[in-house]
Design a protein around this ligand. Structure first.
Ligand code: FAD
Length: 382
């Protein structure tokens, strides 16, 4: 049954995204995994269909659509495979920074390209020496006349190779106390002098996903590329993390649902000791346990989607969902692989890829340990 935030227009949107992915992504997905990147052309095709950034206002080419469209978009991407997360990151994580904190001039300059797929976006917070401890980043942006001069290095950046617009977290005041008050967000564009791409990173999973290092060596960025106000970057990032983490929880939930679906199919067909392995009590109990956890995850995430759409502050609950659902999906992956026997370890079976792809959901967008810190902080506050 569809969740109660889903209306008819959302169902139509889901159908068209699904059909498009069946035709334009499913047949090529294995090839993209081998090549280690999704072709740039795919972004433009997506944009042509009107699927990119439907949340953008109509005057910049979007549909002014609600968050239910984002939910559907990310769910359908995940059904095909986690390597498509870069598109979800563009739609629901990076572009919202421009929508919320961009000036009118910046919106006019960047948003139409984000909608059409001409401009791919990324967000660069993490550095080789600082991930969870974001206030401790070292990349600096020194003002010189009408420019910021950026120096530093970012790593693990989703869409790092394809990106044309990178929202970079950097220190405009490296001596600020506390340190987070010195962080600003500056947009660095493709072609900026002193901005280089590093390695495309070789990962355990998400093989089709473009993840890269970015390097700034006296990168010369016009001051007009500052997003919002100087020194507010940390606050802006914290403000946006509710949606970012909710998206990760939604994707992990769909991944768990997919793994269960493929495993139920498998155990019905595989035979051992003269019967289908679905007839063994162990198989049935494992499936029953997983189905129960997946149902709990679904109810939790659907409830949070509605609260998020209503503009409620659900940071603590989203942190709960992010750690619990991603851990649940990891457990699901291990159990489902086990129920596939040796075939589960073969690349030919999609459970193998799911097993490789899911662990990172417990790491990015804030590790699950950081999620528990947030929850505990809220529980112990005065
Ligand atoms: C595939 C992929 C894509 C990514 N995409 C992006 C992106 O687009 N943009 C971006 O900016 N970043 C991105 N990241 C980076 C990601 O957000 C970080 O890896 C993550 O925040 C963890 O930081 P770290 O790797 O430095 O680990 P660390 O911070 O070094 O953590 C190492 C371990 O210590 C634990 N730990 C750290 N602090 C605490 C604490 N206070 N209490 C308890 N435990 C703690 C962590 O939970 C973890 O288990 C991506 C990462 C990956 C792997």
């Amino acid at each position: 049954m569809a969740a109660n935030y889903i209306q008819n227009e959302h169902k139509i949107f889901r159908e068209s995204v699904r059909k498009f992915l069946e035709k334009e992504a499913v047949p090529y997905y294995d090839q993209w995994e081998r090549e280690g990147i999704i072709p740039r052309e795919f972004w433009r095709k997506f944009g042509n269909q009107g699927f990119l950034c439907p949340n953008v206002d109509e005057k910049y080419g979007g549909l002014n659509a609600d968050f239910a469209y984002s939910v559907i978009f990310n769910e359908e991407l995940e059904r095909v495979g986690t390597s498509l997360i870069g598109l979800g990151l563009h739609n629901d994580i990076v572009v919202p920074y421009i929508i919320e904190y961009g000036s009118e001039e910046q919106k006019q300059r960047w948003l139409p390209g984000c909608v059409s797929g001409e401009k791919v976006t990324a967000i660069a917070m993490t550095e080789p020496g600082a991930g969870s401890d974001l206030a401790n980043i070292k990349t600096t942006a020194k003002r010189e006349g009408d420019y910021y001069i950026l120096n530093g290095e970012k790593t693990f950046i989703t869409n790092g190779i394809h990106s044309d617009i990178v929202v970079v977290a950097c220190k405009t005041d490296p001596n600020a106390v506390p340190a987070y008050k010195g962080i600003s967000l500056i947009v660095v564009e493709r072609g900026t002098p002193g901005f280089f791409r590093g390695k495309k990173l070789d990962k355990v999973g998400l093989h089709g996903q473009d993840t890269a290092e970015l390097i700034f060596q006296d990168a010369c960025v016009p001051v007009t590329n500052l997003l919002g106000e100087e020194g507010k970057g940390f606050y802006y990032m914290m403000n946006k993390l509710q949606q970012e983490r909710l998206i990760i929880a939604i994707s992990a939930q769909v991944s768990a649902e997919e793994m269960l679906r493929m495993t139920v199919d498998y155990v019905k067909n595989r035979k051992a000791f003269g019967k289908s392995i679905s007839q063994f009590q162990n198989t049935q109990f494992k499936i029953a346990e997983m189905a129960t956890e997946i149902k709990l995850g679904r109810n939790f995430v659907d409830d949070l989607i509605i609260k998020h759409m209503n503009g409620e502050d659900v940071v603590t609950q989203v942190s709960m969902a992010k750690w619990w659902i991603t851990d649940m999906a990891k457990r699901t992956a291990a159990e489902c692989m086990q129920l596939h026997g040796g075939y589960g370890f073969m690349e030919e079976y999609p459970i193998a890829r799911r097993y490789r792809d899911i662990p990172v959901a417990a790491i990015y967008a804030g590790t699950n340990q950081i999620m528990k810190n947030i929850i505990a902080k809220d529980l112990f506050k005065d």
